[in-house]
Design a protein around this ligand. Structure first.
Ligand code: PAZ
Length: 313
């Protein structure tokens, strides 16, 4: 359980979203079941957070994150034997279906006349590249119950659910991993300062002051799940400040790894930054053509580091 005082981090935010208590229960049961079966459990956070400008929200700030990194990583963690708690932005990419996210489903289906003069629906397999192995993996994961998905919309929902997820995974100690790939807003408007109704455009240009979002990595590492293996992500657009910023985050929060990436090259290269080293992982053109994903390399690297971490406890 969280230590007294850590609830203060969320006091400026609206209350937990509807269904949060049920999600917390599902997450606790999921973690306990897989922990009892000796499986490692990873929390993968994914996608961007929505920051409302009004409490009856018409307008909000958002960011670029598609959730591809989180969804692809979740698949690779499942293949590597982890149970995955996938905390993701509503309608962002999901494991397995991400590959077909840009398809219009109606174009992939056709009607086939049936003997009783009705129609059956069949899929045009050629429009769904790789669907057989993808469906096999998806169905295996469903049968094994190794993937639990929970979604969030706003920054506030994300923060409440992150805390609940951390408390669910904490009893697993060092066999729990946190893989925090979501692009979480750094700024927000406190609930007490937010206008209730739609901001009037007739009042002229809009000026807003936003507060800094408290860094949840701090209570997560210190109080919520102090024995877990924790990985945060650092995104920059200027490659020259990437590794120094990642190092600063490691020094501040004292967690295990920062995966550092630059916006434009994030699909082909990342730097794994730890207290004593930096390891570049990249995908060559030939690998990209063969369908190798950078997330496969990230997960392989982290599984190895996680094993060492568990052994050192
Ligand atoms: O979601 P996506 O695949 O489009 O992008 C992934 C990412 C860049 C959001 C992720 O790799 C990341 O760096 N997340 C943390 C961002 C940050 O708050 O610094």
């Amino acid at each position: 359980m969280a230590k007294p005082g850590t609830t203060g981090y969320l006091q400026d935010f609206p209350p937990p979203p509807a269904g949060a208590a049920q999600s917390a229960k599902l997450m606790r049961e999921f973690a306990a079941r897989h922990g009892a079966e000796g499986r490692r459990v990873v929390l993968v956070t994914s996608g961007g957070t929505k920051v409302p400008l009004e409490s009856r929200t018409v307008r909000f700030l958002d960011n670029f994150s598609s959730g591809w990194r989180g969804a692809a990583s979740a698949e690779h963690f499942l293949e590597a034997g982890y149970a995955v708690l996938f905390l993701h932005r509503h309608r962002s990419m999901s494991p397995y279906s991400r590959r077909y996210a840009t398809l219009d489903w109606l174009d992939t289906l056709r009607l086939v006349p049936a003997e009783d003069f009705t129609s059956r629906v069949e899929a045009e397999q050629c429009l769904l590249p790789g669907i057989v192995p993808v469906l096999e993996q998806y169905q295996r994961v469903r049968e094994q119950g190794t993937l639990l998905t929970v979604d969030f919309g706003t920054l506030s929902d994300y923060l409440h659910l992150l805390r609940a997820a951390a408390e669910a995974l904490s009893p697993l100690g060092s066999s729990a991993m946190f893989y925090l790939a979501a692009a979480v807003s750094d700024f927000y408007i406190p609930a007490s300062e937010m206008p209730e109704h739609k901001i009037e455009s007739s009042s002229g240009p809009l000026q807003i002051t936003m507060k800094m979002v408290p860094k949840m990595l701090s209570p997560l590492v210190k109080d919520w799940a102090p024995n877990a293996f924790v990985i945060s992500f650092k995104l920059e657009t200027d490659a020259t400040i990437l590794v120094p910023r990642a190092r600063k985050a490691l020094e501040t929060y004292r967690h295990q790894v920062v995966v550092a990436n630059v916006l434009d090259t994030r699909r082909s290269s990342v730097v794994m930054v730890t207290r004593d080293c930096e390891t570049c992982l990249s995908i060559s053109e030939a690998e990209a053509e063969a369908g190798v994903e950078i997330e496969e390399k990230i997960v392989k690297d982290l599984k190895f580091r996680h094993t060492n971490f568990i052994e050192q406890q």
